[in-house]
Design a protein around this ligand. Sequence first.
Ligand code: APR
Ligand code: PHB
Length: 397
Amino acid sequence: MRTQVVIIGSGPAGLLLGQLLHRAGIDTIILERRSRAYVEGRIRAGVLEQGTVDLLVEAGVGARLKAEGLVHTGFDICIDGTRHRIDLEGLTGGKTVTVYGQTEVTKDLINARVASGAPLIFEAENATLHDVESDRPRVTYETDGETHTVECTAIAGCDGFHGISRQSIPDSVLRTYERAYPFGWLGILADVPPVSHELIYATHPDGFALASMRSETRSRYYIQCPLDTDVADWPDERLWDVLKTRFGADAAATLRTGPSIEKSVAPLRSFVAEPMRHGRLFLAGDAAHIVPPTGAKGLNLAAADVRILSWALIDLFKAGSTAGIDGYSAACLARVWKVQRFSWWFSTQLHRFDTEPEFERRVHRAELDYLLESDSAQKTLAENYVGLPFVDPRGVA
Ligand code: APR
Ligand code: PHB
């Protein structure tokens, strides 16, 4: 078998890349280890930057997002029970974010892929990359015990943090940078109306909490929890009680509770792999970087990589130019590190660190007080939250 680009992984990064390349007339095969039901059932974050929305619309998968996504012009920061609004729209000269679950983005992309007839192979086992340093790399994989070989011109490693693509970059070349946080998030999804029409990021002496949503009738909440938290120890009632404490009396009075549809614990981690390109292998999304979820940058950063990678590959296949692929890693990493900085900062401000010395604790509190008083500090938060401007490495604004 031969194709132009083999895409490993059908998360949002792989699917969106497949869609953009398909529309540009470039052939791709997407290989996914899991089943379609598994991929479509994964619950992930749900805040899209304007640039991500624009890219999904450009890719032809924006119809349901535009119809069902909730445009948010601000969010609240709640400090020890008192809420303060961050006016995203006012602080950024009119920019907003859209609340639309990553699960829905994934479903829309899978539907578009299936409708296009382009190959998307689920339950593809043992995907293995060969000759990535040559101009004719290959990928082998298995379905139903049979081995298949695909020859190609480029491989996109969109297989997430636990994928295999990154391992094809030799140790002598690959550098990784990591920060693990000493806590996780315990999340609950429930069919109850959200406590507020906007998100609430809360910091409290007991720890962080977040009130988010998927729709006007479906809420998503999180609390900071120890890393060894077992969901079995968290019946719904216990979780609702903690949320009420962390959001303060006003929110507690209106917070609607109900049975959970999903409950899970996720660790917080910052991670970057450099370079994002080795030979004809291009990493994109979680395969190359992880951000802690505070600020919901994971999917947005994956979309930013894919935007740059689609340009680079279109340049390669349509204009025969290697300028795009040569600049790919640097162009992505310039954004990646700024988004890492923001996600780390926002996480650090809002979580409780048990071992934080008292001096740092006071400085930390002063930084939050400063944020609430300073228009400049709020502008910095807002411009990062809605998404940094996009610099087109081809020189086009
Ligand atoms: N072979 C084929 N597919 C694989 C392999 C493999 N060896 N290993 C992993 N995969 C698949 C996973 O099953 C998953 O469907 O790759 C996909 C990676 O998808 P994501 O983890 O969703 O990563 P990505 O597409 O980069 O999405 C960006 O943004 O909000 C964040 O972490 C969140 O997933 C999100 C990410
Ligand atoms: C979510 O809705 O899952 C969500 C929203 C905002 C975040 C993180 C997660 O910062």
